[in-house]
Design a protein around this ligand. Structure first.
Ligand SMILES: Cc1cc2nc3c(=O)[nH]c(=O)nc-3n(C[C@H](O)[C@H](O)[C@H](O)COP(=O)(O)O)c2cc1C
Ligand code: SF4
Length: 353
């Protein structure tokens, strides 16, 4: 019988349990993309509480393409020592840490004065040229190499939720007629190029994993079939684990866990470890998904609502999170992370637009 407390591995990386903190943007970077002490503290507390694998907030690979004003930029040399401190802090508690990296796509249009780049032109974004796509691939590879040097256990390509790589995969966003659009294989090409380049320079104790959508922007029913093929290609390209999500993860009152059915379709077609995220709030749900073939259980909001959530699970308690979704906005107005937690207020140096 599988359960969440068992040890397991992703590539050569030993994880002390099957509990994953899914990538969560804490909005705790400075206005110019630097890591703050409050940011490190969040990761300290998660590691101390016993999370097996922590996936960081998504971090930018290009300081000129950020998703919001606090988006931390990995390649900024001012972050190098902080990134080392971050990985050491987490490792001190026996947890592992993977950095999620992103290129914002249309999300980049939220920053005043920044020209957001997307697969195809829209009202407020410009299409990437072929040369810019090649440059983007180089930035991904350079970032992955840097993350390995500063002590991360791996990297997660953010290929979900409308960020650039998911936009390439989703025909709703990708209307290109060149080698990067048209067929599913062409839509996948940029990811293939990143993985082909990156896997040349990584060690066996550094994993490359992906987070993918199984529901597209317009909830097209056939999208899951494309994503099953994408997962097979990811496996062929050497991916070490796949986290399953969906573009509609904020939708209220969905049956939980949100993407189990789609995750099992993928489980049956690939051999890499499957991490499932979305809606898990108690141990029964988690062990049930593990029994069906999922390898790791990933969560975000339960850890925002309660930094000691792992300890609560040990006592068989449910998450206190009420799925109100206020955590997506409340930091802007009240500098709080969770509507239920009046005691956690971060001292941000900025006021959000
Ligand atoms: C405040 C907040 C920030 C998030 N930031 C990210 C992120 O940086 N990258 C990402 O892939 N998902 C992000 N997510 C989505 C979560 O990783 C997760 O997929 C989603 O919340 C569903 O899981 P849950 O039901 O356990 O919260 C964020 C979610 C929240 C609530
Ligand atoms: S703000 Fe709402 S959805 Fe977000 S963690 Fe708190 S209770 Fe959960």
């Amino acid at each position: 019988m599988k359960d969440i407390w068992q040890k397991d591995k992703i590539k050569d990386i030993e994880l002390k349990n099957r509990i994953v903190r899914s990538a969560t943007n804490e909005h705790l970077g400075t206005i110019d993309g630097c890591i703050t002490d409050d940011y490190i503290k969040v990761y300290h507390d998660l590691a101390k509480s016993g999370v097996g694998l922590i996936i960081t907030s998504h971090m930018a690979i290009d300081k000129n393409q950020r998703a919001d004003v606090t988006h931390i930029c990995v390649n900024d040399s001012r972050n190098k020592e902080k990134l080392k401190l971050l990985t050491n802090t987490v490792h001190d508690y026996g947890s592992k840490i993977i950095a999620q990296i992103s290129y914002p796509g249309h999300h980049g249009s939220k920053i005043e004065g920044q020209v957001a780049k997307t697969p195809s032109e829209t009202d407020n974004t410009k299409a990437l040229s072929i040369e810019e796509i090649k440059e983007c691939v180089r930035s991904y590879v350079k970032t992955i190499e840097l993350l390995q040097r500063v002590g991360f256990d791996g990297v997660q390509l953010h290929m979900a939720h409308g960020y650039l790589l998911s936009e390439f995969l989703d025909p709703f966003y990708n209307k290109r007629t060149d080698n990067y659009g048209g067929t599913a294989n062409n839509r996948y090409r940029i990811i293939h190029e990143i993985l082909t380049e990156a896997t040349n320079s990584i060690k066996s104790n550094f994993a490359i994993i992906a987070k993918i959508d199984t529901i597209s922007k317009n909830e097209d029913r056939d999208f899951i079939n494309q994503q099953i093929e994408v997962c097979k290609w990811l496996e062929m390209d050497g991916i070490d684990a796949i986290e399953i999500s969906g573009n509609n993860f904020k939708k209220l009152n969905q049956p939980t866990p949100y993407f189990l059915e789609n995750a099992l379709k993928i489980r049956n077609k690939v051999n890499v470890p499957i991490i499932l995220v979305g809606g898990f709030r108690n141990v029964n749900q988690m062990n049930n998904a593990l029994e069906k073939g999922i390898d790791f259980i990933s969560m975000s909001r339960p850890f925002i609502a309660d930094e000691n959530f792992v300890q609560k699970l040990k006592n068989d308690e449910e998450s206190i999170c009420v799925n109100c979704n206020e955590c997506f906005e409340i930091f802007k107005t009240q500098h709080k992370r969770c509507a239920l937690r009046k005691d956690i207020i971060h001292q941000l140096e900025i006021n959000f637009p």
